[in-house]
Write a new protein. Structure first.
Length: 305
């Protein structure tokens, strides 16, 4: 922050406190001190309830001054006057770091113990799964939902469709480093609206949504030329590239004609943010194991249709 703003904030704060003190002292001296009819201000209710012009009670006045003194003491001890850090050296970031260090000292041994387990055991360990569920609730629900079923553009984690793979290393890498998918715009290569419409029909036919007519079937060589490098010749996808299968009935961005058309015309650039700095390796492995467990033992099949 520029020095001007530090000075501006400090001066404004000090002047406000001084003004409040003067205003309270001045107000305490106003009004007559002797009782008499001339102290009435003319406000009368119900015929006999009148308002007198008298100073505020002393105890109330003292509370105002105590508040001002407390504020001055606070500003001396803690940050509040521009760049002044306070005599106690406290800061919100410093307190946060201390709390993080204390939590790490307490919980990291627990994380390390679970992370040292074999993957298959960790995936089915009840206590590890409870810990993983807590991590999921903190870091994943915003995108994937509290039930992990995802939403349009956010993968369902309870089915068997793993765009980037379901092995330990693949899931850990997704969480640690994030993922960035790239679906290019294909309209120019398809020759315009008619080519796009035929490719949409052909792609939807791969999962049995429609029967491909002659024009759509004729797009198969074009599919091989433009799409097979990522999705495979048969449209089965490639986890190494994050290319989804087009044959399993699971559609991340929707399977309607409008949705598939938008994908081909505009491309898709889904991003999974990296969580490595937030979680570290031990918590990442525990979270990865929890995520993997969601699709085991009758996990919900299907995705965005």
């Amino acid at each position: 922050m520029p020095t001007f703003w530090h000075i501006y904030i400090a001066a404004g704060t000090i002047l406000t406190i001084v003004w409040c003190g003067w205003l309270i002292a001045w107000s305490a001296k106003q009004g007559p001190q002797n009782k008499g009819d001339d102290e009435l201000v003319g406000h009368v209710w119900d015929g006999d309830l009148a308002e007198w012009n008298k100073p505020m009670p002393k105890w109330w006045l003292y509370l105002f001054f105590i508040t001002i003194f407390w504020g001055v003491g606070y500003l001396i001890a803690f940050p509040g006057l521009g760049g002044y850090q306070g005599m106690l050296g406290w800061s919100s970031s410093g307190q946060y770091d201390e709390e993080i260090e204390a939590a790490a000292a307490r919980y990291e041994p627990i994380y390390a113990e679970f992370a040292a387990m074999e993957w298959d055991d960790l995936v089915r360990h009840p206590e590890a799964q409870q810990l993983g569920a807590s991590l999921y609730a903190s870091y994943c629900t915003t995108c994937h939902g509290s039930d992990a079923r995802g939403a349009k553009g956010f993968p369902n984690l309870t089915d068997d469709a793993w765009i980037w793979g379901d092995s330990e290393q693949q899931i850990v890498t997704s969480i640690l480093n994030g993922r960035n998918a790239v679906m290019p715009v294909l309209t120019p290569a398809l020759g315009g609206d008619e080519g796009v419409a035929n490719m949409v029909t052909y792609v939807r036919s791969l999962s049995g949504l429609v029967e491909a007519d002659a024009a759509a079937t004729a797009m198969q060589p074009m599919f091989v030329a433009l799409c097979s490098a990522c999705h495979g010749v048969e449209g089965n996808g490639n986890p190494l590239l994050g290319s989804p299968s087009l044959t399993d009935g699971v559609w991340l961005y929707g399977s309607s004609i409008e949705d598939v058309t938008a994908t081909i015309v505009n491309g898709r650039n889904g991003i999974m943010p990296a969580h490595g700095e937030l979680l570290g390796e031990n918590r990442t492995k525990i979270l990865a194991a929890y995520v993997r467990s969601l699709s085991l033992d009758g996990g919900s099949a299907g995705g965005m249709q």
